[in-house]
Design a protein around this ligand. Sequence first.
Ligand code: 3EB
Length: 353
Amino acid sequence: MVQLYKQPDPSTVRGEGTEGLSGPGANVTYIPLSELENFLQIHKGHTLALLYYGKGFKSLSPDLYPTIQLDLPQLSSPPLAEVWTSARPARYYQEHQFNAAMNDQVAFGCLQLEESGANGLEATAYSAYSRILRFTQELNYPNLLRIWNHFPAINLKQGGLERYQWFCIGRHQAFLECQVDFGRLLPAATTVGTSSGILQVHFLAGRHKGQHIENPRQVSAYHYPRIHGPRSPSFARATLEEIGARKRLFISGTSSIVGHAIQHTGNPSEQTTETLRNLEALFKHAGIGSTIGIRDLAGEGLLKVYIRNPDDLETVQNTLDTRQTEAPCILYLKGDLCRRALLVEIEGILEIL
Ligand code: 3EB
C-alpha cells in the first residue's frame, strides 16, 4: 500500500521568514485556524495570500493581500487555512476584481469574477485568463507556475455543454492568443467545482522559468480528443520550479484517468489507487522518486484531496493510509470534479530536497 508521508514539524517552517528557513520565491503552509491570527501577525508585511476553505469565515486580514474564500467544505479537522508568504517584504496590487501580492521573484494573484453576458462562463473565463496573461507580462512575472480554478455547478449542462467545457473554451482562447507553444506555456492546474460562489482563479507566476511536465500514463490534457469537449483543457500535469537552490514540484489535480479515459467508475477506493499510480508515474518521469511510494520522497509536501461524495472520505483515507497522519499537510475537501464519474482527485506541492 502506498502511504503518504508526514510533513516535518511545521515549527521548522514557521520561523522568522528568513531565506534559510523558508526559501526564496513564495512559501506555503496550512495553518490550523486557531493559530492563524498569530501566524499572520508574525508574517505581517510578508503575507502573499490567505485562503479559507468552506463558508462563514470572518476575514482577519485588512485585505491588502489576496484573501480567497472557496466554498469547498473541509472534511477533516482541525479546520485549516492556507497561507502564502514571502521571505522578502511583499508589495500589493489591486484593480477591479483582481488582487495580487508580489516580491522581486514571484507574484500571487487572484481574480474573482461574476459571470455575466450571454456566454456567461466562457466569456468570464476568457476575460480572467486574458487579464492574468496581461498582468504577468506587464509586471514582468511572465512564467506561470501554478493555477487554480473554481466555480459552482461545474457539471451542469447549459446550452448543450457542461459548464466545465464552456470554461475550457474561454481559457483555451486566451492562451491561444499568446501564440506560444502550449507545451511551453501551460502550467500545472486544478479545476474543481465549488458548492457556491463566483468564478475564482488564483495563480503563482515567476520571473524564473518553470519546467512543465507531462505524465506518460496520461494523454496531455491539451491533446485530449474532442469527445471530452470542443476545446481541450489547458494545463500541464506538473510544473517544476527551480529558484536558487530550491526545487519544488507543483502537481496538478490528478485523478483516475489513464490515457484520457476514466477508470473504475463508481469505485472510490480503486480510483484513489489509480490516482496514486498516476502520481508515481509522474514522479518517476520527473526524475524524483521512482517506483517507490509517495512517502519515500525526500522533502516535505502539502496535499489536497478533493472528494465528490463526503461519504467516501473514510474509504479514500483508508486507501491512502493517512488516517494516522496527524498532519496539517493534507486538506480533505468536498468538491465537484470536472467529469461526472470522477470521485476523487489529488494535487500537491512537493519540496524536493
Ligand atoms: C484530468 O486529468 C482531470 O481543467 O484545469 C485536473 C486538473 C483536471 C486540472 C483543468 C482538470 C484540470 O483531466 C481533471
